[in-house]
Design a protein around this ligand. Sequence first.
Ligand SMILES: Nc1ncnc2c1ncn2[C@@H]1O[C@H](COP(=O)(O)OP(=O)(O)OP(=O)(O)O)[C@@H](O)[C@H]1O
Length: 377
Amino acid sequence: MPTITLSGVVKNYAGGHAAVKDLDLTVPDGSFTCLLGPSGCGKTTTLRMIAGLEQPTLGEITVGDRVLDSVERGVYVPPEKRDMGLVFQNYALWPHLTVRGNTEFGLRMRKVPAARRVARAKEALEKVRVADCMDRYPSQLSGGQQQRVALARMLAVDPGVLLLDEPLSNLDARLRLEMRTELKRIHDETGATIVFVTHDQMEAMTMATHIAVMCDGELQQVAPPMEMYRRPANRFVAEFVGSPPMNIVPAGEPAMSDLGGALLRYAGKRGELGEPGCVGIRPEALRLAGAGEAAPDPAWSEEAVVETVLPTGASWTVQLRVLDTRMFAITHEDPGAGPGDALRCWAPAQCLHLFGADGTRIGAWDEASAPVGGVAS
Ligand SMILES: Nc1ncnc2c1ncn2[C@@H]1O[C@H](COP(=O)(O)OP(=O)(O)OP(=O)(O)O)[C@@H](O)[C@H]1O
């Protein structure tokens, strides 16, 4: 299986709009890499360039040692010669072909002999668990089944690289969850290199082996999901990955908050801070105790007032006012408090993330003051 490398890739659409700016990205061999970011950040454009459906304005794309695009060297390999399978949001199944016909389609185009074609299609449909729908037409299938057929059609031709553009976004919440599990299983079974575009951080967190976060055409960070979650390279990643998002407390001029000041005083006792712009605390890192109870030492703690309690069944999301700042806490024990009640909230030092005035991660307070997590450049 090949490693995909994008080097200095730029895409300017007609009219000068810079959709992708100087992108250096490595998609490791056999990885499940999610391109994650808000609408319009350049994810689809990046995927389409890997597929060969768009040509870069500048830069180079290689798979293994094969150059697929090089503006400088005048190389462009068309999509059908890239050995990549594509699935888009709208599945694009042929309505006049049965499930079997749709799944065999790519094999027919490649002139695979009939007996092999039938066997490969059956195997692919079994892999995505819709083999019992073989003789139905797409209109006779549910959305989830159609999505599986689209995947089977791609798997049948056994491409080295699978490119998926928001393939689950048309499914309801339950099917989406089911398909995430299926995709993860298929990835484990086939070992294929998968590039998956999504704006849903939960989708990326649950499926990916690597997440590449983009913002406004620029790569922000590439890392395995939990590493990104624990050590976001900058404030944008910290707020984009996680739900509810990380609490961000202004702790630098001109927007210094009272809580920011209190956090810095606590942090200052623990070492050199650099020049912080804000402090981040994940909701699940913000612990709750009764108003009169002391927080463990050493930990930062502060009095808080409950604004809202949102039970979700498995946990409680508690909205708090801490000095002048609103924060979210997630707790797996009933907080036993309601709006207006006083609590004490606290967080261990290693759960306080420090970001510089430009948003770049400085570190957490139990780490060396050197930046960690690395912003990709
Ligand atoms: N064919 C095009 N011509 C001109 N501009 C385009 C074209 N395709 C995309 N863009 C612009 O390029 C930017 C990046 O678009 P892209 O579709 O890659 O983003 P995205 O992150 O995939 O967004 P979404 O999640 O909404 O699909 C956007 O500002 C978009 O309007």
